[in-house]
Each structure stands twice: as structure tokens, then as C-alpha cells.
Design a protein around this ligand. Sequence first.
Ligand SMILES: C[S@@+](CC[C@H](N)C(=O)[O-])C[C@H]1O[C@@H](n2cnc3c(N)ncnc32)[C@H](O)[C@@H]1O
Length: 339
Amino acid sequence: MTAQPQTPPAHVGIFQLLNGAHVAAAVSCLAQLGIPDLVEAGPKSAEDMAKEIGTDPQALYRLMRATACVGVLSEGPDGKFSQTATSAVLRSDASPSLRAFAIMYGRDWHARGLSNMEHCVRTGKQAMEKVYGSHIFEYLKQNPEEGKIFNDAMTQISMIDSPAVADGYNFDGIHSIVDIAGGHGLLLATILKRNPQMKGTLYELPHVLEGAKNGPLKPVMDRCALASGDMFSSVPAGADAYIMKHIIHDWPDDRCIQILKACRKNVNSGGRLLVVDNVIHPGNDFSPGKFLDLQMLIFPSGCERTEKQFRDLFAASGWRLSRIIPTAAADSIVEGLPA
Ligand SMILES: C[S@@+](CC[C@H](N)C(=O)[O-])C[C@H]1O[C@@H](n2cnc3c(N)ncnc32)[C@H](O)[C@@H]1O
């Protein structure tokens, strides 16, 4: 008689899902302690590393043993831990590196936001207002250490999706582009490097622009301007294209319409709108965007959108959705033409 494969009982599935909270916290802690940087040179024991970074050796061993069981680090028979392809992404100098992004997941504001998910679902409102009395971008401005971690995390995500966007779209015919709320400018720098005919403007809040001055745009500064302002009231005028990555998903429809209308008002004749975001498909298919959508619910009060939602948003702002271009990353480029 052949043994039948056993289906684990349903409660095991729930335990596994809930363990996700411990996994995320452990990965974040590993990144915060810089362990993936330390094991890059070769396997190390918890005792040796504990001396190096000043932790409790047993507690550090337990942290690394837990992360190794999900493939982040690997524990050898001698009890030493070595790098895996997954832990290597958490090195400070990895390319792409997700170290700051992982650290952000362990910050107090992030944990408090997640613990208020029920409030967000009951009210449809974001958590930061309830916990800190201010919108997330105001909180990050008031707390520069957190702001730096956030901006570094955004740049790290951009290391993955900027090349995908720059390669996934034909920028021929675009001579001037404005990156609306472009963080420290990695997307714009990537596009300008690949398109020597183009001039660019990075548009951001003043305190974020300060951090951009010595950032990724440095090699293309001869073709790039930095402009500060509030995207809800105005955007730099006279561009062939306005691009914005992970901006529309930060805001509810009425706020997005303000941004998109400002772009419509200022775009050159024959110009374009390029919104870079996840495009969600309803239903049961797995998509990381559906969890990112919860992140948007909890923190900035935005949402990930379906094609129809983008189409309606564009129509309400004077644009016509012309194409959705998938990229090699999770984002798509939602292209708009003046309606
Ligand atoms: C989720 S981040 C995305 C940054 C960048 N586009 C990227 O993909 O890495 C959102 C950005 O919006 C900027 N922002 C928020 N409110 C703004 C406003 N009123 N005007 C201009 N930029 C704003 C923030 O400073 C932040 O850098």
C-alpha cells in the first residue's frame, strides 16, 4: 500500500501565516544588527559575532537559528552561520540592498501602524493621525532619523524598479521630464542616464530635496534641476512628460486628482503622464500589491488601484488612459495622454 500524502490540518496554515509577524521582525532585527554584513567574509559563530556587535550570545544565536529556518542565513553542523542569497540582499553594500527597507519594518512607528489595522479597517482612516496626530509625511519631516530610514528605503526599492521602468518604456520624443515627488532621484537619474537627449527636474518637499543634493542625480546634474514645492498646489511648468512612482498609491482619489490636474495644466502640447504603480487584479490570485495596499491603508491613506480605477482617476483629471505597460518589476507604467 502506498502512503497517501497528508494534508496538514487547517490550523497549521494559520500558525504559519501568523508566524509571518515573527519572521518579519527577525529579518528586520538581523538587518538592524548588520549580521549579513558580518557573515559576508565567511561563516561565524553567534559567540564571535556577539562580542563584535555587543549582543547577548544566546539571544543572537536564537535570532539567527530562526532566520536560518526560513532560508535567511544558513546554520552549519559546527553551529556557525553563513550567508545565503537571501541574507546577502540585506547587506549594506548589496545591489539592490533591502537593508534600510527591512530596518524600516522594525521601527516603532511602523509597528504601531500595523497594530492599528483594525482602526483603519473600521474607519477607513490611516493610523498615523490616531497614533501621532499627523500624516506620515509630516511625521517623517518632524523625525529626521525616521525620515532618513524611510528615504533610504525608498531609494533601495528604486534600485529594483528604476531600471525596470527606464528599460520598459520608450522615452524617444521626450525632451523634458519632471519626476513628481521623486524622493532622492534614483528613478530620474536612471532615466536621464539612458536618454542623453533629455533634461529632468526632480520635484520634492524642501527637506527631502536637501537629502537629494548628494544623491544619485550627481552624475547627471548638468541636465537636471531640483525644484521644491507642494504637488497638490503646483508642479513645474512646461514638461513633455510628468512621471510619478509610488505617489498615486499614497493618496485617496480627491488628492490624486489635484496632482494629476496640476500636471495636465502644465504639460507641453502632445505631452504625457506616466504613473508608475502596481495595477491590481481583483480576485484570489496572489499579488504582493494586495499587501502593499494594506500598507497604503494604514500609513498614508492611499490604495493600490485596478485598471478601471486608474481610468476613472485619469478621466476626472483631464487625462485619457492610453496604455498600461508592464515592467520587469512589480510596477506597471500607466500612460496618460491629454483628453
Ligand atoms: C512613497 S515616497 C516615493 C518616492 C519616490 N517617488 C520613489 O518611488 O522612491 C513618496 C514621496 O512623496 C513625497 N511627498 C509627499 N507629499 C508631497 C507633496 N505635498 N509635494 C511633493 N512631494 C511630496 C515624499 O517626500 C516622498 O518622497
